[in-house]
Design a binder for this molecule. Sequence first.
Ligand code: NDP
Length: 485
Amino acid sequence: MTHPAQPTASHFINGEYVEDTNGTPIPVTYAATGEQIATVYAATPEIVDRALSTAKEAQKAWAKMTGTERGRILRRAADIMRERNHELSVLETYDTGKPLQETLIADATSGADALEYFGGLAGSLTGEHIPMGEDWVYTVREALGLCVGIGAWNYPTQIACWKGAPALACGNSMVFKPSETTPLCALKVAEILIEAGAPAGIYNVIQGMGEVGGALVTDPRVDKVSLTGSVPTGKKVYAAAAEGMKHVTMELGGKSPLIIFDDADIDNAVGGAINGNFYSSGQVCSNGTRVFVQKGIKEKFLARLAERTGNAILGDPQDEATSFGPMVSENQMNIVLGYIEKGKEEGARLICGGKRADMDGYFIEPTVFADVTDDMTIAREEIFGPVMSVLDFDTEEEVIARANDTEFGLSAGVFTNDFSRAHRVIGQLEAGSCFINSYNDAPVEAPFGGVKASGVGRENSKEAIKHFSQVKSVYVRMGDVEAAF
Ligand code: NDP
């Protein structure tokens, strides 16, 4: 019997599902059981071409509609997503393995927020009038054209919407390629947009591995590439986009610091560290995986952290009581287990977890290492799993220098009850998305993105509009033209 997660077809082009079984089969595995639940096929060159030419053509009429008309469609799509939140969350859980307890509140809902927010902004995208004496300049905010979105596997619905919603609001069209690990959810976003009244062809989804992403990025019809992925992939995609002088947004990885001063509320700080390390089983780019704890409160913090981490409920992700799911894939589980072994070998003190859970699927116990030093592999490399490294520090000056000593710069957090210190420290941290006495909040109203190797550009908020549009300036002369001859 076909599993309910099996999509109608692999791709969604020009307003309808399209199949082409000549492409490489991509098995979709449910991470909680290891069972294959669906198959899709990678896009063949014909499918890539069809998606791009459709999107290129459809964009012209879409850009001519008023922003209010475009926005109405996006807002309708947001409403449909909210009405179907349960069904979409169940699918997200099959796609990623994340527990329903999370997907019910963090995925389709976040996608709907983006559609609603950018739908609301669409009618307000205007230029400026710049007086020049009798003459004047006016500016026009124009669409870029055809945008490509390439997604990672941790938030397939959210990423499809965080890229699609601002792109469409500005009058662009999009071809979106999900990660081969989680190909299911973006198809639903495409389907819902059509149901909401979007013209066929403005939002298309095609499947495939890195080569399909590469073919999209290098195609001369494409004007912009927005990638969510790892730093190594980001470097390749950025370089390939530069060849064609294309616009880019790069949302890449991190190894973010979370700094806890000795005057912090311990339970709130522990809560922040848990949210910043164990949500989505640690598969979150902005996670605060280097938890710097001031020496005076170290043992108290570790004791409370171990106690609360012991309350995680590992189990069937479709059961709403489950609060901690598996790794997205066997491959990712093995990568993370490799890092845990490295942590043990390099002398970090294991506080809790530290191994694969004794159950079906790709579960790893939430793991905390203490006495981690800056040179250890687990303190330097992005693990993308439930592995928290706790490091000690003495002074504010020291911790700022150590926190910044990384190629990454996505996020940073500070817990303290001294507000001048909180702002002073945040002001010196090299990171794009920061938190004070909190961690990992990502409302659509707030800009999101990294500095240094963690990325280029910003998603969400009004900032995203700048990255999906360009400004034309027009000088208007009212009098005669003076010329040298
Ligand atoms: P990858 O970098 O492996 O892949 C990201 C996407 O790029 C996938 O769709 C992948 O396809 C595609 N891709 C791979 N190679 C190429 C290429 N040469 N040209 C074009 N596209 C290509 O990341 P993961 O999927 O493993 O996701 C995890 C990473 O994403 C983590 O490092 C994490 O930090 C980062 N991330 C960043 C976020 C942010 O907003 N800053 C949010 C979430 C994750 P395929 O998978 O099919 O090979």
